[in-house]
Design a protein. Structure first.
Ligand code: NAD
Length: 476
């Protein structure tokens, strides 16, 4: 059987994979079956078909919005544009959002959207038409709004699509003072927050950096503490993968391979990520990058020698057929659902440390939360305190200089005096969230003797959701 057919034969419901992970975690908790069922199930699934005129033809577009949980409102989750979009996938991604938000203390229920198109072949003009029509369909059914359901970017979408969504929402909701908060991931010029674009990749970096600081875990996989010098492979050079690669590179990790759709490139001495991007922009492909080896079968890049493997493209890329050949000691799930449950078992037995998606890629929704808060407060982060902090710091430095009878060099002074800008506050909030989230999961894993970080992360999420149901008085 060819590989393609083999993976088709293995095709199973993505949603049932998440249910399996959920059920493993539920064994550590004494919660009534009915409550667990309520948490697991999707609260609302909206499947739509709408016509769009493309050229001279009318094309019927299939699209979804799934609200997995209403235990907190609004619901929140990205919108994916891909020809592979289907109901099972959108339901699963919505469920992951619920657990993710709970883990990082972001007060939203999980949601996800999807449009079944290939954004690589549809023109920008038609993507705009489809995006605007999709938004008006969501408005018709009350599936979008600052307090209802707030989309964001995901695979195949970015700032451009978010600004079309905002513009459509605004024009159909005249006078809505909080309209900006109907969608996050917008350009900064249209109410976005500085630091959102790179947030998921930066969150992935913070999470893995924290794991690499842990002596016990590093000892268990035979690695030194710290990120410096660690060999990293990244699959997918899109929004998440590109930013993650940049932050790992800047921190001294060695990016030995990068994989894209058309193939992968490898250099055991390390690839310069920004030069790879320049090469990609110039040639349309990462292949044939100077001083690197091409790997035609892009999936093979996952099996190369490395310390850390970061799948940042799509789900189910590590499965039972390649899990045994994976050489990485740490897998950081930047993408949603990149490791199937069978592969998870195989890798667990091999002692591979897997940092799960429901924690590791939560940086995007965390900063989306900051953007939403900014939009509702109608004020830029740092506006109130920047000058105040600078004045206070100036006075403090003057006192220090006078009492020490010493002048602080001007460059050092500038650094100390500076009040916080929006980007500083956003990154600091993200870093704190990712570090806290990691330790909550790790502590729970240790105290309940849970087999791995994924199950511990699910236990944490379920506990938090039950907690909020109890606070609402729904489940006394
Ligand atoms: P993106 O569309 O910006 O990038 C995806 C990249 O993967 C593209 O460059 C694409 O060419 C590449 N790719 C596609 N198929 C591939 C293959 N077979 N091998 C190698 N590369 C391939 O999408 P993104 O926003 O970076 O999302 C990537 C993953 O991260 C998805 O699973 C998404 O759900 C998840 N995620 C994204 C965010 C976010 O903020 N964007 C947040 C959380 C999770």
């Amino acid at each position: 059987m060819s590989k393609k057919n083999q993976s088709k034969a293995d095709a199973y419901s993505f949603f049932s994979c998440i249910e399996k992970n959920f059920d493993k975690a539920a064994r550590y908790l004494s919660i009534k079956k009915g409550l667990l069922e309520q948490i697991k199930s999707c609260n609302a699934v909206y499947r739509m078909h709408f016509p769009v005129k493309i050229g001279k033809e009318i094309q019927v577009i299939e699209a979804y919005r799934v609200q997995h949980s209403h235990h907190k409102l609004p619901c929140k989750g990205g919108i994916r544009y891909s020809i592979k979009v289907n109901q099972d996938e959108v339901m699963t991604l919505a469920a992951l959002m619920t657990y993710k938000c709970a883990i990082v203390d972001v007060p939203f229920g999980g949601a996800k959207g999807g449009i079944k198109i290939d954004p690589q072949i549809v023109s920008a003009e038609n993507i705009e038409k489809i995006t605007r029509r999709y938004t008006s369909e969501l408005i018709k059914k009350n599936f979008i709004g600052p307090g209802i359901d707030v989309p964001a970017p995901d695979y195949g979408t970015g700032e451009r699509e978010m600004s079309w969504i905002f513009d459509t929402f605004l024009s159909l909701s005249p006078g809505e003072v909080d309209a900006l908060a109907c969608v996050t991931g917008k350009p900064v010029s249209q109410g976005g927050v500085r630091g959102r674009k790179e947030a998921t990749g930066l969150g992935v970096f913070y999470g893995i950096r924290e794991l690499c600081k842990m002596k016990e875990e590093m000892l268990s996989v035979g690695l030194d503490v710290g990120l410096n010098g660690k060999k990293v492979i990244i699959q997918g050079l899109g929004n998440v993968g590109y930013h993650a690669a940049t932050f790992f590179h800047e921190a001294g990790a060695i990016i030995v391979a990068l994989a894209e759709r058309e193939g992968a490139i490898y250099n055991k001495k390390g690839l310069n990520v920004s030069n790879v991007i320049l090469h990609l922009k110039k040639t349309g492909s990462i292949l044939n990058f100077p001083e690197s080896k091409n790997i035609e079968d892009t999936e093979k890049a996952l099996e190369l020698e490395c310390d850390i493997l970061i799948p940042a493209a799509l789900e189910n890329v590590i499965h039972k057929h390649n899990a045994n050949r994976i050489k990485a000691k740490i897998i950081g799930e930047a993408a949603n659902g990149p490791v199937t449950p069978e592969a998870d078992d195989i890798l667990g037995k091999k002692g591979v440390l897997i940092v799960p998606d429901i924690y590791l890629n939560a940086g995007g929704v965390t900063v989306s939360y900051f953007e939403w808060l900014k939009n509702l407060s109608h004020v830029r982060y740092g506006r109130m305190e920047k000058r105040f902090s600078e004045n206070m710091n100036t006075e403090l430095l003057q006192v220090i200089e006078t009492s020490c009878r010493k002048k602080i060099p001007i460059e050092e002074k500038k650094m100390i005096l500076r009040g916080p800008r929006e980007i500083d506050l956003v990154r600091s909030g993200l870093e704190d969230t990712m570090i806290n989230g990691f330790h909550k999961i790790r502590d729970l894993k240790k105290s309940l003797k849970i087999e791995n970080l994924r199950t511990a992360a699910f236990v944490l999420a379920i506990n938090k959701i039950i907690d909020s149901y109890e606070k609402l008085g729904i489940f006394p």
